[in-house]
Design a protein around this ligand. Sequence first.
Ligand code: KIV
Length: 282
Amino acid sequence: MRVTTADIRGYKERRERFACLTAYDVVTARIADEAGIPLLLVGDSLGMVVLGYENTIPVTLNDILHHTRAVVRGTARALVVADMPFMTYHRSAAQAIESAGRCMQEGGAQAVKLEGGRATADAISRLTAIGVPVMGHVGLTPQSVHQLGGFKVQGKTSERAKELIRDALTLQDAGVFSIVLECVPSEIARRITERLAVPTIGIGAGPHCDAEIQVVSDILGWVPSFVPKHTKPYAHLADAARDAVTRYRDEVLARSFPGAAQSFSVSEEVLREVDDALSNLP
Ligand code: KIV
């Protein structure tokens, strides 16, 4: 049975912490699912970590649908949340309903995530009223990177911190089942977490949130040249992959790969007949 949004809320009711991850492909999704991660986000971070864009702005709804289908195919248990990309829910509640519908019907997601606080609350209310589970996202909202002036910690002044708290409370009233707090000082995240009945899921928000989410390629060490302060590599897959590819190339050049173990054989009789046929060719 898949994890439900009620299960996610239940973690907070029981004061039980949980770990979430992003996922973009079937292999990673399967590993995370088997490891017991209850919620996988097909984040629009895929634009940066999979598609090579500078930020998440160019990601399209079709990109998210394509990767959501893969993650759904790779999971039996995890709740799969599709991240709604830039400008797929900003124009109107009708556009938000259309985009969320595609994430669920075509992508197979069980929930969607929208960035933004009070400005997004109307669209979120309309979605939750018609039965679409929504995860909120406040603090550093990467789709607003150009307005925020970069990927910066949010809520550092008392004014901005109070706005963040108002945003989070408004999203809860709009019916979200959880809220991502991204790059927020940990004492502000603690206060938001204590005020909310729905779980907060931190990334760069310190240890006091109800749960944590990380970008999977960061914790696997896929991009060692850039390790954000809020993450930590638990493996060094880029180094392991570079080493593997280099050894493969060297063995191919030295003709030590493929060897007998990777080769297929035929019987002596077949070979004799082939050689006879070849010798009779003009
Ligand atoms: O797109 C993403 O990966 C996200 C997480 C950072 C929460 O929004």
